[in-house]
Design a protein around this ligand. Structure first.
Ligand SMILES: C[S@@+](CC[C@H](N)C(=O)[O-])C[C@H]1O[C@@H](n2cnc3c(N)ncnc32)[C@H](O)[C@@H]1O
Length: 254
């Protein structure tokens, strides 16, 4: 089993990944971000939607939203969150490596470091090609990751997250393959029990991710330092890259 196929990883570490604080922050981001200010009724795909932190406020704004995720448990949580908010969205269980709905969307979102999961760099490029194919001409893709430059500013010190329910998570990061990939080891401690998990992702600088979007056919590729649309610079905490699918058919892979 590949690390990202481990349902328990996403559910057991959800206290730190999908906290109530993050859910509230995602709602504020959807309300305020110029990058997420789509025309009413836009057809939006949230690729790797998790338990719906962005999906729910996007649906509540009246967009025609689809959430795709590999985890049935995450989709179950997204369904419950939609019901609690009185919002509706289509939910599909699928692998981002395979999921394509030609020309269906105005916007494809891939948020909170849900990109770079595959060991073969060509597979990560394929995810971008899939997103391109799923967009209508003129549609936009937004990818939000931890940029390599940002990470370099704080990596090395173990991080501790207090879950507020007596549990806590220790995070240790290890740079691999000449800053090509990052392994993150988590230990979740509750009382006398500890649960360990590891995730390994590709790391991208702004220039690398921009080049990857351009290889997949996107134009007007722009890097931002967050959803406020600020430039990606020494003050940034995230790397948000936006690209547009121009008119015409999808370019075929070389
Ligand atoms: C870091 S979480 C981010 C979730 C959400 N975007 C958010 O902002 O909270 C990554 C999500 O990607 C999903 N995932 C992992 N591998 C996947 C794959 N190959 N295809 C589709 N979803 C995947 C996981 O189940 C998880 O819900």
């Amino acid at each position: 089993m590949r690390w990202y196929e481990d349902e328990e990883l996403w559910t057991e570490f959800s206290g730190t990944l999908f906290s109530e604080r993050r859910r509230a922050e995602a709602a504020r981001t959807v309300a305020a971000s110029p990058l997420l200010a789509f025309p009413p009724g836009s057809r939006v795909l949230d690729l790797c939607c998790g338990p719906g932190l962005f999906l729910v406020p996007l649906a509540a704004r009246g967009h025609d939203v689809t959430g795709v995720d590999l985890s049935a448990a995450m989709l179950g949580r997204a369904r419950a969150a939609l019901a609690a908010a009185g919002a509706g969205a289509r939910l599909v269980r699928a692998d981002m490596l395979e999921h394509v709905e030609p020309g269906r969307y105005d916007v494809v979102l891939n948020l909170y470091t849900s990109f770079g999961y595959f060991d073969d760099p060509e597979d990560n490029l394929r995810v971008l090609r899939n997103a391109y194919a799923s967009l209508a001409p003129g549609g936009r893709l937004l990818v939000d990751v931890m940029g390599k430059e940002v990470l370099a500013g704080w990596i090395g010190r173990p991080q501790l997250a207090d879950l507020g329910d007596g549990g806590y998570v220790v995070q240790r990061d290890t740079v691999l393959d000449d800053w090509t990939r990052l392994r993150t080891d988590w230990t979740l401690v509750r009382g006398t029990t500890a649960r360990e998990a590891s995730i390994t992702c590709f790391l991208y600088s702004a220039a690398e991710l921009r080049a990857l979007l351009e290889t997949a056919g996107f134009t007007a590729v722009t890097c931002y330092g967050g959803f406020d649309g600020a430039p990606y610079d020494q003050h940034s905490r995230r790397l948000v890259v936006q690209g547009t699918r121009p008119g015409g058919p999808a370019p075929s892979p070389p």
